[in-house]
Design a protein around this ligand. Structure first.
Ligand code: BG6
Length: 513
Protein backbone atom coordinates (compact mmCIF):
# COMPACT_ATOMS: atom_id res chain seq x y z
CA UNK A 1 0.00 0.00 0.00
CA UNK A 2 2.83 2.39 0.87
CA UNK A 3 4.05 2.87 -2.65
CA UNK A 4 0.55 3.05 -4.06
CA UNK A 5 -0.09 6.76 -4.56
CA UNK A 6 -3.72 6.89 -5.52
CA UNK A 7 -6.22 5.80 -2.92
CA UNK A 8 -9.96 6.04 -3.10
CA UNK A 9 -9.88 9.24 -1.03
CA UNK A 10 -7.35 10.95 -3.26
CA UNK A 11 -8.95 9.88 -6.51
CA UNK A 12 -10.48 13.15 -7.65
CA UNK A 13 -11.60 16.29 -5.85
CA UNK A 14 -15.22 15.93 -4.93
CA UNK A 15 -17.35 18.85 -5.96
CA UNK A 16 -20.10 20.07 -3.70
CA UNK A 17 -23.32 18.39 -4.72
CA UNK A 18 -26.79 17.05 -3.91
CA UNK A 19 -28.16 13.53 -4.03
CA UNK A 20 -31.86 13.24 -4.79
CA UNK A 21 -33.34 9.83 -4.10
CA UNK A 22 -36.60 8.97 -5.86
CA UNK A 23 -38.26 6.23 -3.83
CA UNK A 24 -36.53 7.18 -0.63
CA UNK A 25 -39.05 5.31 1.54
CA UNK A 26 -38.35 2.04 -0.23
CA UNK A 27 -36.37 -0.97 0.87
CA UNK A 28 -33.25 -0.22 -1.17
CA UNK A 29 -32.96 3.33 0.12
CA UNK A 30 -33.45 2.26 3.71
CA UNK A 31 -31.25 -0.83 3.67
CA UNK A 32 -28.45 0.21 1.35
CA UNK A 33 -28.39 3.78 0.09
CA UNK A 34 -28.81 5.79 3.27
CA UNK A 35 -26.46 3.53 5.28
CA UNK A 36 -23.92 3.88 2.44
CA UNK A 37 -24.14 7.69 2.52
CA UNK A 38 -23.82 7.54 6.32
CA UNK A 39 -20.65 5.45 6.02
CA UNK A 40 -19.19 7.91 3.50
CA UNK A 41 -19.95 10.63 6.03
CA UNK A 42 -18.15 8.69 8.78
CA UNK A 43 -15.18 8.14 6.48
CA UNK A 44 -15.15 11.88 5.67
CA UNK A 45 -15.53 11.14 1.99
CA UNK A 46 -18.47 13.45 1.33
CA UNK A 47 -17.84 16.90 -0.12
CA UNK A 48 -17.91 19.89 2.13
CA UNK A 49 -21.38 20.95 1.06
CA UNK A 50 -23.61 18.00 0.50
CA UNK A 51 -27.30 17.28 0.84
CA UNK A 52 -29.63 14.37 0.38
CA UNK A 53 -33.19 15.05 -0.70
CA UNK A 54 -35.46 12.08 -0.29
CA UNK A 55 -38.67 12.00 -2.29
CA UNK A 56 -41.62 9.68 -1.90
CA UNK A 57 -45.37 9.49 -2.30
CA UNK A 58 -45.95 9.49 1.46
CA UNK A 59 -46.93 12.68 3.21
CA UNK A 60 -44.34 13.02 5.92
CA UNK A 61 -42.62 15.91 7.63
CA UNK A 62 -38.88 16.40 7.37
CA UNK A 63 -38.63 15.66 11.09
CA UNK A 64 -40.51 12.42 10.74
CA UNK A 65 -38.40 11.42 7.73
CA UNK A 66 -35.19 12.08 9.62
CA UNK A 67 -36.47 9.95 12.51
CA UNK A 68 -37.11 7.14 10.02
CA UNK A 69 -33.65 7.50 8.53
CA UNK A 70 -32.23 7.24 12.05
CA UNK A 71 -34.15 4.00 12.53
CA UNK A 72 -32.84 2.63 9.21
CA UNK A 73 -29.29 3.45 10.26
CA UNK A 74 -29.76 1.63 13.56
CA UNK A 75 -31.02 -1.40 11.69
CA UNK A 76 -28.76 -1.46 8.66
CA UNK A 77 -25.63 0.69 9.10
CA UNK A 78 -22.56 -1.34 10.06
CA UNK A 79 -20.62 1.26 12.01
CA UNK A 80 -21.12 1.53 15.76
CA UNK A 81 -21.21 5.30 15.33
CA UNK A 82 -24.89 4.91 14.48
CA UNK A 83 -25.42 4.82 18.25
CA UNK A 84 -23.80 8.23 18.85
CA UNK A 85 -26.83 10.45 18.74
CA UNK A 86 -25.08 13.83 18.37
CA UNK A 87 -23.02 12.49 15.51
CA UNK A 88 -26.11 11.02 13.82
CA UNK A 89 -27.93 14.35 14.36
CA UNK A 90 -25.17 16.13 12.45
CA UNK A 91 -25.56 13.66 9.62
CA UNK A 92 -29.34 13.97 9.63
CA UNK A 93 -29.14 17.74 9.30
CA UNK A 94 -28.07 17.15 5.68
CA UNK A 95 -31.17 15.07 4.94
CA UNK A 96 -34.34 16.59 3.54
CA UNK A 97 -37.64 15.24 2.33
CA UNK A 98 -40.30 16.29 -0.12
CA UNK A 99 -43.49 14.46 -0.96
CA UNK A 100 -43.63 13.69 -4.67
CA UNK A 101 -45.89 11.59 -6.83
CA UNK A 102 -43.69 10.39 -9.69
CA UNK A 103 -46.61 10.61 -12.10
CA UNK A 104 -47.68 14.17 -11.19
CA UNK A 105 -46.21 16.85 -13.39
CA UNK A 106 -46.93 19.61 -10.90
CA UNK A 107 -44.98 17.76 -8.19
CA UNK A 108 -41.83 18.11 -10.27
CA UNK A 109 -42.49 21.85 -10.45
CA UNK A 110 -42.60 21.81 -6.66
CA UNK A 111 -39.41 19.76 -6.55
CA UNK A 112 -37.66 22.32 -8.73
CA UNK A 113 -38.70 25.18 -6.48
CA UNK A 114 -37.66 23.17 -3.43
CA UNK A 115 -34.23 22.43 -4.89
CA UNK A 116 -33.74 26.06 -5.88
CA UNK A 117 -34.65 27.23 -2.40
CA UNK A 118 -32.46 24.72 -0.55
CA UNK A 119 -29.48 25.22 -2.80
CA UNK A 120 -29.74 28.97 -2.63
CA UNK A 121 -29.90 28.84 1.16
CA UNK A 122 -26.90 26.58 1.48
CA UNK A 123 -24.97 27.94 -1.51
CA UNK A 124 -24.42 24.43 -2.91
CA UNK A 125 -23.94 24.47 -6.71
CA UNK A 126 -26.48 22.64 -8.81
CA UNK A 127 -24.45 19.49 -9.21
CA UNK A 128 -27.12 16.87 -8.77
CA UNK A 129 -27.34 13.08 -8.79
CA UNK A 130 -30.85 11.74 -9.30
CA UNK A 131 -31.06 8.21 -7.94
CA UNK A 132 -33.91 6.16 -9.44
CA UNK A 133 -34.68 3.81 -6.56
CA UNK A 134 -38.18 3.27 -7.94
CA UNK A 135 -39.97 0.48 -9.82
CA UNK A 136 -38.49 0.20 -13.34
CA UNK A 137 -41.77 1.09 -15.07
CA UNK A 138 -41.35 4.60 -13.63
CA UNK A 139 -37.83 5.27 -14.98
CA UNK A 140 -39.06 6.83 -18.22
CA UNK A 141 -41.79 8.82 -16.49
CA UNK A 142 -39.39 10.38 -14.00
CA UNK A 143 -36.72 11.04 -16.64
CA UNK A 144 -39.33 12.80 -18.82
CA UNK A 145 -40.48 14.97 -15.93
CA UNK A 146 -36.92 15.97 -15.12
CA UNK A 147 -36.42 17.03 -18.73
CA UNK A 148 -39.75 18.86 -18.84
CA UNK A 149 -38.72 20.94 -15.86
CA UNK A 150 -35.18 21.50 -17.18
CA UNK A 151 -33.81 19.59 -14.22
CA UNK A 152 -31.44 17.83 -16.62
CA UNK A 153 -29.78 21.04 -17.81
CA UNK A 154 -26.12 21.36 -17.06
CA UNK A 155 -25.73 25.10 -17.48
CA UNK A 156 -25.67 25.62 -13.73
CA UNK A 157 -23.92 22.41 -12.62
CA UNK A 158 -23.66 18.81 -13.76
CA UNK A 159 -26.58 16.38 -13.60
CA UNK A 160 -26.29 12.58 -13.38
CA UNK A 161 -28.88 9.85 -13.06
CA UNK A 162 -28.31 6.50 -11.39
CA UNK A 163 -30.63 3.83 -12.72
CA UNK A 164 -31.14 0.63 -10.75
CA UNK A 165 -31.46 -2.78 -12.30
CA UNK A 166 -33.39 -4.34 -13.95
CA UNK A 167 -32.57 -2.06 -16.85
CA UNK A 168 -35.43 -3.13 -19.13
CA UNK A 169 -37.30 -6.41 -19.24
CA UNK A 170 -35.89 -7.70 -22.51
CA UNK A 171 -33.49 -6.60 -25.25
CA UNK A 172 -36.20 -4.51 -26.93
CA UNK A 173 -37.45 -2.82 -23.77
CA UNK A 174 -33.90 -2.10 -22.59
CA UNK A 175 -33.17 -0.43 -25.94
CA UNK A 176 -36.38 1.54 -25.76
CA UNK A 177 -35.63 2.69 -22.22
CA UNK A 178 -32.17 3.69 -23.30
CA UNK A 179 -33.54 5.76 -26.19
CA UNK A 180 -35.96 7.51 -23.84
CA UNK A 181 -33.24 8.32 -21.31
CA UNK A 182 -30.94 9.56 -24.06
CA UNK A 183 -33.58 12.10 -25.10
CA UNK A 184 -32.73 14.10 -21.99
CA UNK A 185 -29.36 12.78 -20.86
CA UNK A 186 -26.06 12.05 -22.57
CA UNK A 187 -24.48 8.64 -22.09
CA UNK A 188 -21.91 10.23 -19.78
CA UNK A 189 -24.75 11.35 -17.48
CA UNK A 190 -26.34 7.89 -17.21
CA UNK A 191 -25.03 5.54 -14.52
CA UNK A 192 -26.55 2.04 -14.77
CA UNK A 193 -25.82 0.48 -11.45
CA UNK A 194 -24.92 -3.17 -11.01
CA UNK A 195 -23.91 -3.52 -7.39
CA UNK A 196 -21.82 -6.63 -8.13
CA UNK A 197 -19.32 -4.40 -9.92
CA UNK A 198 -19.05 -2.35 -6.75
CA UNK A 199 -17.96 -5.35 -4.72
CA UNK A 200 -14.31 -5.01 -3.75
CA UNK A 201 -13.69 -8.62 -4.59
CA UNK A 202 -15.04 -8.32 -8.13
CA UNK A 203 -12.65 -5.41 -8.70
CA UNK A 204 -9.94 -7.54 -7.17
CA UNK A 205 -10.36 -10.04 -10.01
CA UNK A 206 -8.85 -7.40 -12.29
CA UNK A 207 -6.01 -6.77 -9.86
CA UNK A 208 -5.33 -10.49 -9.41
CA UNK A 209 -5.17 -10.94 -13.16
CA UNK A 210 -3.46 -7.78 -14.33
CA UNK A 211 -1.18 -6.72 -11.46
CA UNK A 212 0.57 -10.10 -11.36
CA UNK A 213 2.72 -11.86 -13.87
CA UNK A 214 1.83 -15.43 -13.12
CA UNK A 215 -1.95 -15.73 -13.48
CA UNK A 216 -2.36 -14.26 -16.95
CA UNK A 217 -0.09 -16.72 -18.81
CA UNK A 218 -2.38 -19.62 -17.86
CA UNK A 219 -5.62 -17.64 -18.18
CA UNK A 220 -6.70 -19.08 -21.52
CA UNK A 221 -7.98 -22.11 -23.40
CA UNK A 222 -4.58 -23.75 -23.47
CA UNK A 223 -4.46 -24.25 -19.70
CA UNK A 224 -8.02 -23.84 -18.53
CA UNK A 225 -10.45 -26.71 -18.78
CA UNK A 226 -13.59 -24.94 -17.56
CA UNK A 227 -14.81 -22.12 -15.36
CA UNK A 228 -17.64 -22.27 -12.85
CA UNK A 229 -19.38 -19.22 -11.42
CA UNK A 230 -21.79 -19.74 -8.53
CA UNK A 231 -23.95 -17.23 -6.68
CA UNK A 232 -26.03 -19.15 -4.18
CA UNK A 233 -28.39 -17.67 -1.64
CA UNK A 234 -29.97 -19.31 1.39
CA UNK A 235 -33.08 -17.14 1.52
CA UNK A 236 -36.20 -17.33 -0.61
CA UNK A 237 -37.80 -14.35 -2.31
CA UNK A 238 -39.36 -13.15 0.96
CA UNK A 239 -41.55 -10.10 0.47
CA UNK A 240 -40.26 -9.40 -3.03
CA UNK A 241 -42.53 -11.95 -4.72
CA UNK A 242 -44.47 -9.26 -6.60
CA UNK A 243 -41.33 -8.03 -8.35
CA UNK A 244 -39.57 -11.38 -8.60
CA UNK A 245 -42.45 -13.25 -10.20
CA UNK A 246 -42.15 -11.00 -13.25
CA UNK A 247 -38.37 -11.30 -13.30
CA UNK A 248 -37.00 -14.70 -12.26
CA UNK A 249 -33.38 -15.63 -11.68
CA UNK A 250 -32.40 -15.04 -15.31
CA UNK A 251 -33.39 -11.37 -15.26
CA UNK A 252 -32.67 -10.82 -11.57
CA UNK A 253 -29.15 -12.27 -11.35
CA UNK A 254 -27.80 -13.61 -14.63
CA UNK A 255 -28.51 -10.87 -17.19
CA UNK A 256 -26.70 -8.36 -15.00
CA UNK A 257 -24.64 -9.51 -12.00
CA UNK A 258 -23.30 -12.84 -13.20
CA UNK A 259 -22.67 -11.86 -16.80
CA UNK A 260 -20.79 -8.81 -15.54
CA UNK A 261 -18.65 -11.01 -13.29
CA UNK A 262 -18.08 -13.33 -16.23
CA UNK A 263 -16.99 -10.37 -18.36
CA UNK A 264 -14.40 -9.33 -15.76
CA UNK A 265 -13.09 -12.89 -15.50
CA UNK A 266 -12.84 -13.30 -19.26
CA UNK A 267 -11.88 -9.82 -20.52
CA UNK A 268 -8.63 -8.99 -22.29
CA UNK A 269 -6.20 -6.76 -20.39
CA UNK A 270 -7.03 -3.12 -21.08
CA UNK A 271 -4.19 -0.94 -22.32
CA UNK A 272 -4.80 1.67 -19.65
CA UNK A 273 -6.86 1.55 -16.50
CA UNK A 274 -9.68 3.90 -17.25
CA UNK A 275 -13.42 3.71 -17.62
CA UNK A 276 -13.54 3.53 -21.42
CA UNK A 277 -10.65 1.13 -21.82
CA UNK A 278 -12.05 -1.30 -19.24
CA UNK A 279 -15.59 -1.14 -20.52
CA UNK A 280 -14.38 -1.53 -24.10
CA UNK A 281 -12.90 -4.87 -23.07
CA UNK A 282 -15.77 -6.19 -20.95
CA UNK A 283 -18.32 -5.44 -23.65
CA UNK A 284 -16.35 -7.52 -26.15
CA UNK A 285 -16.80 -10.57 -23.93
CA UNK A 286 -20.55 -10.07 -23.79
CA UNK A 287 -20.71 -9.55 -27.52
CA UNK A 288 -18.78 -12.79 -28.04
CA UNK A 289 -21.20 -14.97 -26.06
CA UNK A 290 -22.26 -17.82 -28.31
CA UNK A 291 -26.06 -17.64 -28.71
CA UNK A 292 -27.78 -20.77 -27.41
CA UNK A 293 -29.96 -22.19 -30.19
CA UNK A 294 -33.63 -22.74 -29.32
CA UNK A 295 -33.20 -26.51 -29.81
CA UNK A 296 -30.35 -26.67 -27.31
CA UNK A 297 -31.88 -24.64 -24.53
CA UNK A 298 -33.31 -27.57 -22.55
CA UNK A 299 -29.88 -29.19 -22.62
CA UNK A 300 -27.75 -26.10 -21.88
CA UNK A 301 -29.95 -24.20 -19.45
CA UNK A 302 -31.59 -25.85 -16.44
CA UNK A 303 -34.24 -23.91 -14.60
CA UNK A 304 -35.76 -24.76 -11.24
CA UNK A 305 -38.21 -23.54 -8.66
CA UNK A 306 -38.14 -24.25 -4.92
CA UNK A 307 -40.97 -26.10 -3.24
CA UNK A 308 -42.21 -26.21 0.34
CA UNK A 309 -39.71 -28.10 2.48
CA UNK A 310 -39.17 -28.75 6.14
CA UNK A 311 -35.64 -27.66 6.99
CA UNK A 312 -34.36 -28.35 10.52
CA UNK A 313 -37.91 -28.77 11.75
CA UNK A 314 -39.13 -25.50 10.18
CA UNK A 315 -41.46 -25.44 7.20
CA UNK A 316 -40.12 -23.18 4.44
CA UNK A 317 -42.77 -21.96 1.99
CA UNK A 318 -42.60 -23.09 -1.57
CA UNK A 319 -42.10 -20.35 -4.17
CA UNK A 320 -45.72 -20.59 -5.35
CA UNK A 321 -46.94 -19.94 -1.82
CA UNK A 322 -44.88 -16.74 -1.40
CA UNK A 323 -46.68 -13.39 -1.13
CA UNK A 324 -47.22 -11.78 -4.54
CA UNK A 325 -46.47 -14.96 -6.52
CA UNK A 326 -49.02 -16.56 -8.85
CA UNK A 327 -50.09 -19.98 -7.51
CA UNK A 328 -49.25 -21.62 -10.85
CA UNK A 329 -46.14 -19.52 -11.52
CA UNK A 330 -43.45 -20.95 -13.79
CA UNK A 331 -40.89 -18.33 -12.78
CA UNK A 332 -37.45 -19.81 -12.16
CA UNK A 333 -35.74 -19.33 -8.80
CA UNK A 334 -32.73 -21.35 -9.94
CA UNK A 335 -30.74 -21.34 -13.16
CA UNK A 336 -27.68 -23.36 -14.11
CA UNK A 337 -26.27 -22.98 -17.58
CA UNK A 338 -23.37 -23.77 -19.81
CA UNK A 339 -22.12 -21.17 -22.23
CA UNK A 340 -19.19 -20.37 -24.47
CA UNK A 341 -17.29 -17.25 -25.44
CA UNK A 342 -16.38 -17.33 -29.09
CA UNK A 343 -12.99 -15.64 -29.23
CA UNK A 344 -9.34 -16.64 -29.45
CA UNK A 345 -8.74 -16.76 -25.73
CA UNK A 346 -11.75 -18.87 -24.80
CA UNK A 347 -12.65 -20.89 -27.90
CA UNK A 348 -14.55 -24.01 -26.66
CA UNK A 349 -13.83 -23.51 -22.96
CA UNK A 350 -17.17 -24.08 -21.20
CA UNK A 351 -18.33 -21.55 -18.62
CA UNK A 352 -20.87 -22.84 -16.13
CA UNK A 353 -23.01 -20.34 -14.27
CA UNK A 354 -25.51 -21.07 -11.55
CA UNK A 355 -27.59 -19.07 -9.15
CA UNK A 356 -30.52 -19.89 -6.95
CA UNK A 357 -32.61 -19.03 -3.93
CA UNK A 358 -33.01 -21.36 -0.94
CA UNK A 359 -29.76 -23.20 -1.53
CA UNK A 360 -27.72 -24.60 1.39
CA UNK A 361 -25.05 -21.90 1.51
CA UNK A 362 -24.67 -18.23 0.72
CA UNK A 363 -21.61 -17.98 -1.48
CA UNK A 364 -20.46 -16.26 -4.62
CA UNK A 365 -17.32 -17.57 -6.22
CA UNK A 366 -15.51 -18.21 -9.46
CA UNK A 367 -13.62 -21.48 -9.84
CA UNK A 368 -11.05 -21.74 -12.61
CA UNK A 369 -10.38 -25.43 -13.28
CA UNK A 370 -7.01 -25.88 -14.91
CA UNK A 371 -6.23 -28.76 -17.22
CA UNK A 372 -4.30 -31.66 -15.65
CA UNK A 373 -0.55 -31.93 -16.14
CA UNK A 374 0.10 -33.25 -19.66
CA UNK A 375 1.92 -36.34 -18.48
CA UNK A 376 0.63 -38.07 -15.36
CA UNK A 377 3.81 -39.41 -13.73
CA UNK A 378 2.08 -40.43 -10.50
CA UNK A 379 -1.00 -41.85 -12.09
CA UNK A 380 -0.66 -45.37 -10.73
CA UNK A 381 -0.14 -44.35 -7.12
CA UNK A 382 -2.29 -41.30 -6.95
CA UNK A 383 -6.02 -41.65 -7.21
CA UNK A 384 -7.94 -39.50 -7.70
CA UNK A 385 -5.65 -37.23 -9.68
CA UNK A 386 -4.91 -33.90 -7.99
CA UNK A 387 -6.96 -31.04 -9.32
CA UNK A 388 -5.52 -27.63 -10.05
CA UNK A 389 -7.89 -24.77 -9.35
CA UNK A 390 -7.85 -21.05 -8.79
CA UNK A 391 -10.76 -20.00 -6.63
CA UNK A 392 -11.84 -16.37 -6.54
CA UNK A 393 -14.13 -16.05 -3.58
CA UNK A 394 -16.35 -13.00 -3.94
CA UNK A 395 -18.44 -13.36 -0.79
CA UNK A 396 -18.61 -14.02 2.08
CA UNK A 397 -15.11 -14.27 3.60
CA UNK A 398 -13.62 -13.00 0.39
CA UNK A 399 -10.26 -14.20 -0.87
CA UNK A 400 -8.28 -16.15 -3.42
CA UNK A 401 -7.16 -19.78 -3.12
CA UNK A 402 -5.08 -22.11 -5.22
CA UNK A 403 -5.60 -25.87 -5.10
CA UNK A 404 -2.91 -28.28 -6.21
CA UNK A 405 -1.30 -31.67 -5.47
CA UNK A 406 1.51 -32.21 -2.91
CA UNK A 407 3.46 -35.25 -1.84
CA UNK A 408 2.27 -36.79 1.41
CA UNK A 409 5.37 -37.01 3.63
CA UNK A 410 6.82 -40.50 3.98
CA UNK A 411 7.77 -43.38 1.76
CA UNK A 412 6.51 -43.57 -1.81
CA UNK A 413 4.85 -40.84 -3.82
CA UNK A 414 1.34 -40.41 -2.56
CA UNK A 415 -0.09 -37.14 -3.79
CA UNK A 416 -2.80 -35.21 -2.05
CA UNK A 417 -4.71 -32.06 -2.92
CA UNK A 418 -3.80 -29.08 -0.74
CA UNK A 419 -4.54 -25.40 -0.98
CA UNK A 420 -3.06 -22.02 -0.27
CA UNK A 421 -5.69 -19.51 0.70
CA UNK A 422 -5.50 -15.78 1.07
CA UNK A 423 -8.23 -14.05 3.05
CA UNK A 424 -9.02 -10.59 1.85
CA UNK A 425 -9.66 -9.40 5.42
CA UNK A 426 -5.94 -9.96 6.18
CA UNK A 427 -5.13 -7.01 3.97
CA UNK A 428 -6.92 -4.38 5.96
CA UNK A 429 -7.69 -3.55 9.58
CA UNK A 430 -10.67 -1.54 8.56
CA UNK A 431 -13.85 -2.91 7.09
CA UNK A 432 -14.17 -3.69 3.40
CA UNK A 433 -16.39 -1.00 1.83
CA UNK A 434 -19.89 -2.02 0.81
CA UNK A 435 -20.64 -2.00 -2.92
CA UNK A 436 -23.08 0.92 -2.66
CA UNK A 437 -20.53 3.09 -0.85
CA UNK A 438 -18.02 2.59 -3.61
CA UNK A 439 -20.50 3.09 -6.42
CA UNK A 440 -22.11 6.20 -4.96
CA UNK A 441 -18.70 7.72 -4.42
CA UNK A 442 -17.68 6.88 -7.98
CA UNK A 443 -20.76 8.59 -9.37
CA UNK A 444 -20.06 11.61 -7.17
CA UNK A 445 -16.61 11.89 -8.70
CA UNK A 446 -17.92 11.21 -12.22
CA UNK A 447 -16.19 7.85 -12.58
CA UNK A 448 -18.35 5.39 -14.50
CA UNK A 449 -15.84 2.52 -14.70
CA UNK A 450 -17.89 0.29 -12.43
CA UNK A 451 -21.22 1.13 -14.02
CA UNK A 452 -22.66 -0.81 -16.94
CA UNK A 453 -22.47 0.86 -20.33
CA UNK A 454 -25.37 0.77 -22.77
CA UNK A 455 -23.65 -1.58 -25.25
CA UNK A 456 -22.86 -4.06 -22.47
CA UNK A 457 -26.43 -4.02 -21.20
CA UNK A 458 -27.70 -4.60 -24.74
CA UNK A 459 -25.26 -7.42 -25.41
CA UNK A 460 -26.22 -9.31 -22.25
CA UNK A 461 -29.92 -8.83 -22.94
CA UNK A 462 -29.44 -10.11 -26.46
CA UNK A 463 -27.87 -13.28 -25.07
CA UNK A 464 -30.49 -14.03 -22.40
CA UNK A 465 -33.45 -12.93 -24.52
CA UNK A 466 -33.38 -16.00 -26.73
CA UNK A 467 -33.50 -18.23 -23.64
CA UNK A 468 -36.34 -16.28 -22.07
CA UNK A 469 -38.29 -16.36 -25.33
CA UNK A 470 -37.82 -20.11 -25.69
CA UNK A 471 -38.97 -20.69 -22.11
CA UNK A 472 -42.02 -18.59 -22.73
CA UNK A 473 -43.02 -20.14 -26.03
CA UNK A 474 -42.12 -23.75 -25.39
CA UNK A 475 -43.80 -25.30 -22.33
CA UNK A 476 -41.99 -28.58 -23.06
CA UNK A 477 -38.75 -27.10 -21.75
CA UNK A 478 -38.88 -28.45 -18.20
CA UNK A 479 -39.09 -26.41 -15.05
CA UNK A 480 -37.59 -28.67 -12.38
CA UNK A 481 -38.70 -28.43 -8.79
CA UNK A 482 -36.21 -28.61 -5.95
CA UNK A 483 -36.38 -28.77 -2.20
CA UNK A 484 -35.12 -25.86 -0.12
CA UNK A 485 -31.64 -26.35 1.34
CA UNK A 486 -30.51 -28.45 -1.64
CA UNK A 487 -28.25 -27.39 -4.53
CA UNK A 488 -31.19 -27.06 -6.90
CA UNK A 489 -32.46 -29.73 -9.28
CA UNK A 490 -30.07 -32.66 -9.72
CA UNK A 491 -30.50 -32.18 -13.49
CA UNK A 492 -28.11 -29.21 -13.14
CA UNK A 493 -25.30 -31.75 -13.04
CA UNK A 494 -26.29 -32.99 -16.52
CA UNK A 495 -24.54 -29.91 -17.90
CA UNK A 496 -21.26 -31.72 -17.14
CA UNK A 497 -22.12 -35.10 -18.67
CA UNK A 498 -19.44 -34.79 -21.37
CA UNK A 499 -16.79 -34.01 -18.72
CA UNK A 500 -17.79 -36.71 -16.22
CA UNK A 501 -17.86 -34.24 -13.37
CA UNK A 502 -20.42 -32.17 -11.48
CA UNK A 503 -20.90 -28.80 -9.83
CA UNK A 504 -18.32 -28.22 -7.18
CA UNK A 505 -19.70 -27.23 -3.76
CA UNK A 506 -18.40 -23.81 -2.64
CA UNK A 507 -14.85 -23.90 -1.41
CA UNK A 508 -14.89 -25.38 2.11
CA UNK A 509 -11.65 -23.85 3.37
CA UNK A 510 -12.95 -20.28 3.22
CA UNK A 511 -14.04 -19.82 6.76
CA UNK A 512 -13.86 -16.54 8.64
CA UNK A 513 -11.00 -16.70 11.08
C1 BG6 B 1 -30.14 -8.26 -6.22
C2 BG6 B 1 -31.24 -9.22 -6.55
O1 BG6 B 1 -29.80 -7.47 -7.32
O2 BG6 B 1 -29.00 -9.00 -5.80
C3 BG6 B 1 -31.59 -10.10 -5.35
O3 BG6 B 1 -32.39 -8.49 -6.96
C4 BG6 B 1 -30.34 -10.78 -4.85
O4 BG6 B 1 -32.58 -11.04 -5.68
C5 BG6 B 1 -29.22 -9.78 -4.63
O5 BG6 B 1 -30.68 -11.41 -3.63
C6 BG6 B 1 -27.92 -10.49 -4.30
O6 BG6 B 1 -26.99 -9.52 -3.93
P1 BG6 B 1 -25.83 -9.85 -2.91
O7 BG6 B 1 -25.01 -8.63 -2.90
O8 BG6 B 1 -26.50 -10.15 -1.61
O9 BG6 B 1 -25.15 -11.04 -3.47
Amino acid sequence: MDNCKETITEKAPLENQTLIIFGSNGDLARRKLLPAVFQLYIDRLLPQSFMVIGTGSRDCSEEQYRAEVRESLILFAKSERKHQSTFVDEFLSMIHYIQLNNREEKDFGKLKTYIDRLLQESAVPKNIIYYFSIPPFLYETVAKQLVKHSLNRETDGWKRIIVEKPFGYSYETAKELDEQLHKGFKESQIYRIDHYLGKETVQNIMVTRFANGFFEPVWNRKYIDRIEITASETLGVGKRGGYYDGAGAMRDMIQNHLLQVLAVVAMEPPVVFDSDAIRNETVKVLQALRPIEADNIAEHVIRGQYIATTVNGKLESGYRQEEGVKPDSRTETFVAMKLFIDNWRWGDVPFYIRTGKHLPEQATEVVIHLKPAPHQLFKRICAPQPTNMIILRIQPDAGVAIDFGMKIPGAGYQVQNVNMAFHYSDLTDSKIPEAYERLLLDCMTGDSTLYARTDAVNASWKFVDSILKAWQSNPDIPLYFYECNTWGPTEANNLFTDRKTKWRPPFPKFKTH
